[in-house]
Design a protein around this ligand. Sequence first.
Ligand code: MEV
Length: 308
Amino acid sequence: MKQSATASACGKLMILGEHAVVYGYSCIVSSVDRFITVTAKKAKGKDAFITPGVSDQSLIRNAVLIFRKRFLVKEGVVLSTKSNLGNFGLGTSSATAVAAILALAKILDIKIDNHELFDLSYQTVKSVQKKASGFDVATSIHQGTILFHGKDKSVERLSIAPLPLVVAFSGFKADTPLMVERVVHLMKKEPEKVKNIFHSISQIVREGKKAIIKKNWRKLGELMNENHQLLIKLGVSSNKLNQMVEAAQKAGAFGVKLSGAGGGDCIIALVPLSGEKQVKEAIKRVGGKVLNLTVGKEKRENITGPTK
Ligand code: MEV
């Protein structure tokens, strides 16, 4: 009998298509080389959770409840988490959900495939964020750069090589449910405007897919700039994010945008290797914190796949 089982799942960065994906459109998203690791042990009595740095344990508790309901398990478990994702909006919830479900499957000797892993992890994320597309869960499972279809939650793999991106934190945490609600309000007030924005975003995502496959970074950069302008129109950017975006553009980035819900978290800048230093310096000058991340690279040894 196993004494303990461990599973890891990676974080994510949205490349193109945030918000529209909540309404069934597609988006492009990449993994980052930072992980949540969950270790599971069987408990003698009640469940216990050891989550350093995380005060709200509802997500991990819900993962256990959802898993237990699906597989009718009665045993208690002890789950402990470790993270090097930081507090930058890199997908802590989805990575925790995926790693917890996988660790539970391993310790309880239950076979699950990627489809079921997505299903249970997505339910877990939705238990704390009602309006969530699931793009982040899919990325934690598949890694690399993927096209995620918001409508049927299917995935197309685009690349497993790193994207030439500089990532920087704005200093503010995004409140994802609040930003999603803001778009819901705008949708009620100005449905035609929002529909047109989503339509333009979906075209950008379609073009982005081709650019990534061809490694046409100049084109991908142009698309990121356009996507950022549309996110401003959607009302989800902030002065700080715009300042950082403009600084990186002026310093020579091919394209720059906010990544994720908006209001805070990170920007991503597509940068030719020769210009990386200038772009990083320019972002720092306006108060951005450059993160040392590799984006879009599959990491084999950490791949979260079906349990054996
Ligand atoms: C948040 O990182 C991205 C959103 O599109 C929400 C989601 O897709 O769940 C705003």
